[in-house]
Design a binder for this molecule. Structure first.
Ligand code: HEC
Ligand code: HEC
Ligand code: HEC
Length: 332
């Protein structure tokens, strides 16, 4: 018995010494020109697939993935965030991306036969040691679904062509490809003040307001263009669809916004008219956008303003829907 233990200890010692030599003397070749040793790729890829399967979120948290507004938003994000590595269905990967190891597959192949919730996990978390990045903001699973909706539409052949716009040379056209065009969860900017718009762009850039789609968009535009863009969009009419909210729901929201309850302050105390020191104008803002933002505030995912965080803490689902309907039904 002692003999066996001794042999095992010697073998373990030799193994450790071998590993230390590989690390210490640089014996392992990290060149991306040569692939992994035989078998290693299989181990890594099988680990990857099983890890994603285990952790993918429930489909019950998914919005309607066939919603054209959600698909258009995802297409706009993919065009600048994913296309540099994976290309779009109508473009090719550049030579340098094809020299990565592992190389990012073309978008259609990357989608493969992954289920929508598995795609969601990959896009939100990224893949360690592969070059596949995580979503650029924490807690924004809601945003990731827009990309998943677009990927699923590519697979079923119903995706719109990916937008191509030059953020650096024509930032206004770039911002307008989402704002003033898509609607739904993309907010109106023409009801806001230039100062508020610019402050939000800065907050997305430095990460105090958590949003991956806008962090990406704001980071593509030269810094000295942000103030002129804020002025331009405060004045540029937004003609994307504005469906009329349910009047009964809006009436319930009106009562809550005006008088509040024991736990919820009156929203109009801070959101009535253009008072720069308080909250932004909400009158005429889009209903889906307002609902999403209110849930994010209530759940503590948005935390860049202590007043607003306290005001939303006690909101329930019915209150959120009613308040969003109320503000969306108002004239700006
Ligand atoms: C910096 C380059 C880069 C960017 C940007 C990037 N990816 Fe990837 N992606 C990769 C690499 C590398 C892999 C891993 C390929 C592998 O392991 O075989 C990958 C893997 C994937 C996979 C899994 C494919 C498989 O192996 O089955 C999906 C899906 C995917 N990416 C989607 C996206 C989406 C959507 C975006 C944009 C939100 C994006 N990627 C952004 C490089 C990138
Ligand atoms: C890919 C689509 C897309 C592009 C491109 C885009 N946006 Fe946005 N924008 C959004 C979405 C979606 C939101 C809501 C973000 C959130 O939930 O955090 C938003 C939010 C905003 C907000 C916050 C509004 C509010 O009421 O607080 C401002 C300001 C804004 N965008 C300005 C811009 C400007 C300026 C540009 C160009 C540099 C731009 N956006 C480009 C989709 C886009
Ligand atoms: C004490 C003042 C205060 C009260 C009360 C208040 N808010 Fe706010 N709210 C703010 C401030 C300040 C912001 C802007 C934070 C920032 O700088 O982004 C804000 C932001 C918001 C936003 C995000 C707007 C956008 O365009 O992204 C929504 C939606 C909102 N509030 C809704 C409400 C609702 C609904 C209520 C009532 C339940 C309410 N607020 C009560 C101060 C308040």
């Amino acid at each position: 018995m002692r003999q066996v233990l001794l042999t095992l200890a010697v073998l373990a010692g030799l193994g450790l010494a071998g590993a230390a030599a590989v690390v210490g003397f640089g014996l392992y070749n990290v060149s991306a020109q040569v692939g992994h040793l035989p078998g290693v790729s299989w181990v890594l890829h099988t680990t990857f697939r099983n890890s994603v399967r285990l952790r993918a979120p429930s489909m019950e948290t998914a919005p309607d993935l066939a919603d054209p507004e959600l698909i258009a938003l995802g297409a706009g994000h993919v065009a600048t965030a994913c296309a540099p590595c994976h290309a779009t269905p109508d473009t090719r990967r550049n030579a340098t991306m094809r020299a990565m190891s592992p190389a990012p597959p073309r978008l259609r192949e990357a989608i493969g036969d992954w289920a929508p919730n598995e795609l969601h996990w990959i896009v939100e978390n990224g893949v360690k040691m592969s070059g596949m990045p995580a979503w650029p903001a924490k807690g924004r699973a809601d945003e990731v679904w827009s990309v998943v909706a677009y990927l699923v539409a590519i697979r079923s052949g119903t995706a719109p062509p990916a937008p191509r716009m030059p953020p650096e040379t024509d930032p206004q056209a770039y911002c307008a490809s989402c704002h003033t065009r898509i609607g739904g969860r993309v907010p109106r900017l023409d009801i806001l003040s230039p100062a508020y718009i610019e402050a939000q762009l800065q907050a997305y850039l430095i990460g105090t307001r958590h949003g991956g789609i806008m962090a990406q968009a704001a980071s593509l535009v030269p810094r000295d263009r942000l103030a002129p863009l804020a002025r331009a969009f405060a004045a540029r009419p937004d003609r994307a669809p504005m469906p009329v909210p349910d009047p009964a729901l809006a009436a319930r929201g009106a009562a809550l916004a005006r008088t509040g309850t024991r736990d919820i302050p009156a929203c109009l105390a801070c959101h009535d008219g253009p008072a720069p020191a308080r909250g932004p104008v909400l009158d005429g803002q889009r209903q889906p956008y307002l609902e999403i933002q209110l849930r994010l505030w209530r759940d503590g995912i948005l935390d860049h303003d202590p007043l607003m965080q306290a005001a939303s803490r006690a909101l329930d689902e019915d209150g959120i829907r009613a308040l969003a309907a109320y503000f969306a039904s108002r004239r700006p």
